[in-house]
Ligand binder design. Structure first.
Ligand SMILES: [Ca+2]
Ligand SMILES: [Ca+2]
Length: 271
């Protein structure tokens, strides 16, 4: 009789416990759907991080190939209204690591300087009309021909580079360069908003969690990497533009190819 009573008690405890557990389970949290960020107006359109060997690598047109000096980053206004890029910044992973003590403190975009110590640049006041292009050359040991802007003053349109506004980093040493095997470049607005990051290979330092639109680029292009249009990913410039290794200062958009839009969310691209 006692054994029967214990069994009933145990069953009662078990049922109360499990039903109690079910009742106390926290309600399922309903996470808000993440808002899809609209594509930015000012975007990175081309990056030369792996300067081709020989004379064909003279991207900045100073008459000689330099593995650091001929590197460049091209940006353009692909929106429909003018944008003043004064205070916009471009950095690479090494500069970012320096700004955060290799990730030990939060990233503060206002600390980015154009001091020639790394791939890090702040643009001066400059209104970019829709379709207008800007090229930031590295410029180590040799500057491009024509009027070249600095962080203090924009240059006039440069006819040697498709009438783009041309700037140069003018670094102090050859190691202020983009990594061939892995690196990224990031475009940040004057208010510190990260618009876009273009990444290739296996960089030692990863970009911050919110790095804007993140585009992956091929690691061993023949020349530069370039995008098709405002929303597309990056691919080998030579494949995209009939074998041309690079085109600093000119950007000719092409229709989207779903196979190359690597950073576009699938649901937005049903084909
Ligand atoms: Ca050169
Ligand atoms: Ca170009």
């Amino acid at each position: 009789m006692m054994r029967h009573a214990s069994a009933v008690l145990l069953l009662f405890v078990y049922v109360s416990f499990t039903s109690g557990f079910a009742q106390e389970a926290p309600p399922k949290r309903i996470e808000p759907m993440p808002m899809a960020r609209p594509p930015a107006d000012i975007v990175i359109t081309e990056v030369l991080f792996r300067v081709p060997r020989g004379d064909s690598g003279d991207a900045n047109g100073d008459g000689r190939r330099n593995a650091t000096g001929d590197e460049f980053i091209e940006i353009a206004n692909l929106g429909e209204k003018p944008v003043n890029i004064g205070g916009y910044r471009l950095i690479d992973s090494n500069s970012y690591a320096g700004l955060t003590d290799k990730g030990k403190r939060p990233f503060n975009a206002s600390e980015i300087k154009a001091d020639g110590k790394g791939v890090s640049f702040v643009f001066p006041e400059l209104e970019l009309a829709p379709g207008e292009v800007v090229v930031l050359f590295n410029g180590f040991e040799g500057l491009p021909p024509g009027d070249i802007g600095t962080w203090q003053k924009a240059a006039a349109p440069n006819p040697r580079f498709g009438t783009a506004r041309v700037f140069a980093l003018r670094p102090e040493d050859k190691f202020a360069a983009l990594g061939d095997k892995g690196d990224w470049v990031m475009l940040i607005t004057d208010s510190g908003e990260i618009l876009e990051t273009v990444r290739w290979g296996s960089p030692e330092t990863q970009p911050p969690a919110d790095s804007g639109h993140t585009r992956e680029a091929p690691t061993e292009p023949a020349g530069s990497v370039a995008r098709r249009n405002r929303t597309s990913g990056f691919q080998d410039h030579a494949e995209l533009y009939g074998g041309a290794l690079f085109s600093p200062g000119s950007f000719v958009p092409k229709p989207s190819d779903p196979g190359t839009a690597v950073s576009r969310p699938r649901e937005q691209n049903p084909r």
